[in-house]
Design a binder for this molecule. Structure first.
Ligand code: MRU
Length: 360
């Protein structure tokens, strides 16, 4: 994607290190960080300098490559995988990427490990871009079907959190169909949920503005009202983990949007690349939900009157705060899962229909 005319991915190799865009400083500051050690990669994931399920996986893979550069032993490989695996608990792409790296590297001699690790990490990054392109094409079909119905004005899409290019290596998942539709001249407008407490909606608004997609930033609580007014045609969100039965785990607040969409007959889609499906879990109740620091709820970030990034405390002393970071939307509320292989019904049979190799 372009930032002020310069094409960027959200992560890229730079010789013996890799670079990321520090998302904890966006949208107020655009800052690139060079990650030179596995531990800095782990910290970037934990502190959400990188975030979004696919990007978390890609960062973990590149961090394993850094570890192999320093020490290609079996012990170091095991340590890197174990250490990175606990940086964030909910997005299954993290475990998927680490298991893939370990699977490739454990049969490789120590002398070749660093090179092979970089090759595999870069392959994971490139594949992510391809998966998102395919999701974009399938999602576009769903958007076109909605446009063909008797309607006036732009197609109104509501999205929650950020499942755009920043959350992936490039292209985005939920926003991939939006970008494609916009590039092909479809008139659309995006309602962007703020997504408290970390306000990932700001990242979505920042992305959409850079791409010229018409959008409006709204408080998290506005979506239900807009749906009742008939000003939302479709909801598209990303996912951090989808279980075999089609339950969708995504950023906290997604479930409420799905309930409102269901009640108002608004189609609710989750964009789901293959690595986000956890074939080991039967249903969403088994997904570990990340509980983050309450400080994220107690404070808000923004710009002060002088235009400098600043943080404000909004909750006075004396009250407790809690910060569950994800929720589970039951499959029955999901109209479809937009995958790289097509749109699946959110069910065991729907998923297995697209991924028959997972029947075993
Ligand atoms: O806590 P985050 O910002 O990593 O959570 C991200 C989300 O919940 C996204 O919606 C999800 O990862 C899909 S990203 C393509």
């Amino acid at each position: 994607m372009n930032v002020d005319g310069v094409p960027y991915r959200s992560i890229w190799r730079q010789g013996r290190s890799f670079a990321i865009i520090d998302q904890s400083r966006l949208p107020f500051e655009f800052h690139v960080i060079d990650i030179t050690h596995m531990e800095s990669g782990a910290r970037a994931i934990r502190d959400m300098q990188v975030r979004g399920a696919p990007l978390i996986g890609a960062t973990a893979a590149c961090s394993v490559a850094l570890a192999m550069q320093e020490d290609p032993s079996d012990r170091a490989l095991g340590h890197a995988v174990e250490h990175l695996a606990v940086t964030r608990p909910t997005a299954v792409n993290l475990r998927w990427a680490l298991e893939r790296m370990r699977g490739v590297l454990q049969s490789v001699s120590a002398t070749d490990r660093a090179d092979i690790a970089w090759q595999e990490a870069e392959r994971i990054c490139d594949e992510d871009v391809q998966l998102n392109q395919a999701i974009g094409r399938h999602g576009l079909t769903a958007l076109r079907a909605l446009c063909n119905q008797d309607r006036a004005g732009p197609l109104n899409v509501l999205t929650h959190c950020n499942a755009g290019w920043l959350a992936t290596v490039d292209g985005g998942t939920a926003l991939a169909p939006v970008y494609l539709a916009h590039d092909q001249g479809m008139a659309l407008h995006v309602w962007v949920d703020e997504t408290r407490p970390r306000n990932q909606g700001l990242l979505t608004a920042w992305e959409l503005a850079r791409h010229g997609v018409p959008h409006t930033f709204i408080a998290d609580n506005a979506g239900g009202h807009l749906m009742r007014q008939g000003t939302v045609d479709v909801v598209i969100v990303g996912a951090d983990r989808v279980t075999r039965n089609g339950d969708v785990c995504n950023k906290i607040g997604t479930y409420l949007k799905a309930l409102a969409a269901y009640d108002n007959g608004v189609p609710f889609y989750a964009a789901v690349p293959g690595p986000t499906v956890d074939w080991t879990l039967e249903c969403g109740d088994d997904i570990p939900i990340e509980e983050r620091d309450a400080a994220e709820v107690i404070h808000v970030r923004g710009l002060d009157d002088a235009g400098a990034p600043a943080q404000l405390r909004i909750l006075p002393e004396g009250s407790a705060a809690s910060n569950p970071a994800f929720d589970v939307t039951p499959a029955r509320l999901v109209s479809g899962l937009i995958t790289e292989r097509g749109i699946a019904q959110a069910s065991r049979d729907g998923l297995l229909g697209l991924y028959p190799e997972r029947r075993a």
